[in-house]
Design a binder for this molecule. Structure first.
Ligand SMILES: NC(=O)c1ccc[n+]([C@@H]2O[C@H](COP(=O)([O-])OP(=O)(O)OC[C@H]3O[C@@H](n4cnc5c(N)ncnc54)[C@H](OP(=O)(O)O)[C@@H]3O)[C@@H](O)[C@H]2O)c1
Length: 341
């Protein structure tokens, strides 16, 4: 085999926003397959806010990507060669955290074959039926536990996780208010996803808007952003409310100490249950989430969007969109063509 592999390697740890000197694109020959391995040609690469965390050496839930190593990332691809009897060329598989590269030489045991669902495009498995869908499902239902007529607030509401959180909360009978950047995203939440209200944090006073839209206070805060948006929501949470702490994207580019909540005393006074979680811990229950989410999707109760940028070479620039909001749905890079048929 003398095929070559392009791959993005971490060269420098970012300081602030990701700059061109952080990653470098190199081309190397692919190794021969060992017994039990498969060669996966990556088609879609998932870009996630946590990529920025993995590039840094701050305290985190996985080891940081080492300098000189291939940038870590979730992919979905097609088997091109196999030395594992469970996989044959042409199968669509998730090789796990393959990385930002054209090909992955993966152990078959680490690959997950994709189920085929009529009318469902494979990119659904990189969004609503993939990791971001599972994050929404477990964070909201296991930790948030919304009850009918309770008020759920979700930040980064038009994003991959937030948009699914809000729709699941609606399915469970809650009132849902989303916080998102810009009128188009807010319109989409209310007009197409059925949210009860949306707050454009770029042009509105979030606290005043929450007072107007949540007259009975807030029972569940699904937190994706941190910072002043989190403070405004926490200030209005009810007794015995719940707060799944999913992410704090507003802090990922920051250096030094990350500020805590401004109104931490509310956690005591309002007996708020705050729980940080990482979706990796729920992987043993993945099938439960896929079954529920796929059911709602096929029933037309869940909608989702993917935003596809093209070309592995454009991955670093595309990642920056997550921090400016300049994307419309789950952010993916299409690295190569889909298999014919
Ligand atoms: N705990 C877990 O296991 C887990 C798993 C997946 C994701 N997450 C977290 O979930 C959150 C959402 O991730 P995602 O993959 O669904 O991404 P996403 O929401 O599709 O994209 C990120 C969005 O965050 C918003 N944003 C960025 N910077 C912001 C800022 N300074 N203030 C307010 N909003 C800002 C932008 O939306 P606007 O255009 O609305 O500003 C942007 O579109 C992130 O915090 C991520 O780390 C956690």
């Amino acid at each position: 085999m003398n095929r070559m592999n392009r791959r993005w390697v971490l060269k420098n740890r970012p300081v602030g926003a990701i700059t061109p000197d952080v990653l470098t694109l190199e081309t190397v020959p692919l190794p021969e397959l060992a017994e039990g391995q498969v060669l996966v040609r990556n088609i879609w690469l998932s870009l996630d806010p946590t990529n920025r965390i993995w590039m840094s050496d701050r305290e985190q839930y996985l080891p940081p990507v080492e300098l000189g190593a291939v940038m870590r990332g979730g992919t979905l691809g097609v088997v091109e060669e196999s030395r594992d009897p469970n996989f044959t060329p042409g199968m669509l598989v998730s090789p796990g955290l393959s990385g930002w590269q054209d090909y992955e030489v993966a152990w078959g045991a680490m690959c997950r074959a994709l189920p085929t669902l009529p009318g469902i495009h494979p990119t659904a498995f990189m969004s609503v039926l993939g990791v971001t869908g599972w994050t929404a499902y477990f964070g909201l239902l296991d930790i948030g536990q919304p009850k009918p007529n309770e008020t759920v607030v979700v930040s980064a509401a038009a994003g991959a996780v937030g948009s699914i959180v809000g729709q699941i909360a609606k399915i469970k009978g809650a009132r849902v208010i989303g916080i998102a950047g810009g009128p188009d995203k807010c319109r989409w939440l209310v007009d197409e996803l059925g949210f009860d209200g949306a707050i454009d944090y770029r042009s509105e006073d979030v606290g005043a808007a929450l007072d107007r839209l949540c007259p009975n206070g807030i029972d569940v805060n699904f937190e994706n952003v941190g910072g002043p948006i989190m403070d405004a929501v926490m200030e209005r949470m009810n007794d015995f409310s719940r707060m799944p702490l999913c992410g704090m994207i507003s802090t990922y580019n920051a250096e030094g100490e990350v500020p805590g909540p401004r109104f931490f005393d509310r956690v005591l006074m309002r007996r708020i249950k705050v729980q940080g979680f990482i979706v990796l811990d729920y992987f043993p229950r993945m099938e439960e989430a896929v079954t529920a989410l796929a059911g709602w999707l096929l029933e037309g109760k869940l909608k989702y969007k993917v935003h596809v940028e093209h070309g592995l070479e454009n991955a670093p620039d595309a990642l920056g969109r997550l921090f400016t909001g300049n994307h419309d749905g789950k952010l993916l890079v299409q690295i190569g063509p889909e298999p014919a048929g």
